[in-house]
Design a protein around this ligand. Structure first.
Ligand code: NAX
Length: 481
């Protein structure tokens, strides 16, 4: 029996392009490949470092490189998916826009590559570091995630895969080789990401009318865990550490909450740099502090958050952040993905009801950003054209950062709708009161006709504008449904 390799994980979509013939394989061989793939990856951490067996296991990257994962032959070019005719999401102008069918095919090839990698793992003499194997696995995982039946939201689906790929791209890492292992640390990207976060926070607070405007603004940054035994994680928290340093250089006060510090050298350095700037580093959110915070930055979890319950101490930290947001009227800012939100599925915090006021998406908005209502920034101005092209992001579709700015505020779809609804209601109210006033004027002062004409012109123009917006809104809603 011949099966579509991906069908083990997701239903084969009907009416969509089938994968190339070469990707088909026997059912049992496919199952065996998956088993071997998973076993090999779960075995990796327990195989002692430096041994021959381990270097064979981690050489899976060789096979990935051998296969045309990103070549046009994978079906990316020219794929047309049903529903693509729907209006573009407001973010689509700069979010990755590869078609779902193309993504699915790509994921098929990725799975194939992973499966074949097991065979390479036991035979190849190539020695590649464990971290790069995990980085590749991460990319595959995100690709698989995006390889489900097409929705109109597919444009953002690849954003996490793009980030994962970007962060594992050699050349972006400051620490290229440590102990002969390539650590996909993405230190350089983190520095730029943190800078863009600091810039956006500065932008928000500069326009924020505080009660004591002359007072130095104080920002509390809560940084996520950086400790995971074999895989380097916690970059969202790293962004927070970098942002704290920049905010102090921008003239703000900063306090860091970093309950689970990373043992990695780069993170130790970041902490030291903050200590050198006299930034207090706490273990818990200072919920009872008399200190007033103008903004609290949530740099706890990014796109690698796994749903299924938030582990302590971060469950409490998130509840306390919401408490501070309410108690102190502090602006709650989330970095990349609001913590506890699934990168695609959105808010999973349940009782915590975690809704930031500001979201700073890095590189491109993730799918979950569609649920966000508030001020939305894009940061992380470092996407190389080749990678942008691979994810079908055209240069002219990139956000047009002004001058040397590292972040840009973008329109938020939900916010815009809310604003529009309000504007329309205001218009109706105004119109009603205008009509009443007009009647009053015509009864009392017929000589002031020019003013009435002027008001009529304005009302007509405003009505035309509102009708146009209304039409656009209903068209969009109909297409989305
Ligand atoms: N977009 C980009 O290109 C860049 C992204 N960066 C940041 O890197 C982030 C992704 O970083 P990582 O992949 O290191 O991971 P994250 O920083 O998203 O967090 C993963 C950590 O959270 C823990 N965790 C996951 N689920 C949990 C749960 N349910 N309860 C408790 N702990 C849980 C994991 O154990 C791990 O330690 C992005 O979101 C972004 O903020 C930047 O640092 C660099 C550039």
């Amino acid at each position: 029996m011949l099966v579509y390799p991906g069908s083990v994980f997701w239903p084969r979509p009907t009416g969509r392009p089938r994968p190339p013939q070469a990707l088909k394989s026997s059912f049992f061989v496919t199952i065996l490949k998956y088993l071997l793939t998973y076993i090999s990856f779960y075995l990796l951490p327990i195989v002692p470092a430096g041994t021959e067996r381990r270097s064979h296991l981690i050489s899976c990257r060789v096979s990935w490189k051998c296969l045309p994962v990103d070549s046009p032959s994978t079906g990316r070019a020219g794929d047309k998916q049903p529903g693509r005719g729907s209006p573009p999401h407001p973010y689509s102008s700069y979010a990755p826009s590869s078609g779902a069918a193309a993504t699915r095919l790509n994921a098929c090839v990725s799975m194939k590559a992973l499966s074949v990698s097991v065979f390479f793992a036991v035979t190849s003499p190539r020695r590649l570091p464990l971290s790069s194997a995990f980085a590749q696995l991460n990319i595959h995982r995100h690709r698989l995630k995006s390889a489900r039946p097409a929705t109109s939201n597919d444009m953002e689906t690849d954003a996490a895969a793009l980030d994962a790929e970007l962060m594992s791209t050699p050349g972006f890492s400051l620490e290229q080789r440590v102990d002969s292992q390539l650590r996909a640390l993405s230190a350089q990207l983190m520095e730029l990401a943190g800078l863009s976060v600091a810039e956006a926070v500065y932008d928000v607070l500069s326009g924020h009318e505080g009660k004591e405007d002359q007072r130095k603004k104080h920002v509390l940054l809560v940084c996520g865990p950086g400790r995971l035994q074999h895989v380097h994680k916690g970059n969202n928290g790293g962004d927070g550490l970098v942002a704290a340093r920049h905010l102090v250089h921008f003239g703000f006060d900063a306090t860091i909450v970093y309950p689970k510090r990373s043992p990695k050298q780069h993170f130790i350095n970041l902490v030291k740099q903050c200590e050198d700037l006299d930034i207090p580093i706490l273990d818990d959110v200072p919920i009872d502090s008399t200190q007033r915070f103008d903004s609290v930055v949530d740099a706890i979890f990014g796109f690698s958050f796994r749903s299924g319950g938030i582990r302590e101490p971060f469950a409490t930290a998130i509840v306390n952040l919401v408490e501070l947001q309410k108690k102190q009227d502090a602006v709650l800012v989330s970095v990349d993905v609001p913590s506890g939100w699934d990168v695609d599925g959105g808010d999973l915090t349940g009782g915590a009801n975690f809704h930031p006021d500001v979201l700073i998406s890095l590189t491109a908005p993730k799918l979950s950003a569609r649920q966000f209502v508030g001020r939305h920034y894009i940061g992380g101005r470092f996407l190389p054209p080749a990678l942008a092209q691979r994810y079908n992001i055209k240069f002219y579709q990139m956000p047009s950062y002004a001058g040397c700015k590292q972040s840009i505020e973008v329109m938020n779809a939900n916010q815009d709708r809310a604003n529009w609804a309000q504007a329309y209601q205001d218009y109706l109210n105004e119109k009603e009161s205008g009509n009443a006033r007009k009647e009053e004027i015509s009864c009392t002062d017929s000589s002031d006709s020019s003013r009435v004409d002027e008001e009529e012109d304005w009302a007509a123009a405003y009505q035309a504008y509102c009708e146009e917006k209304e039409k656009e809104f209903f068209e969009n809603t109909a297409n989305e449904n």
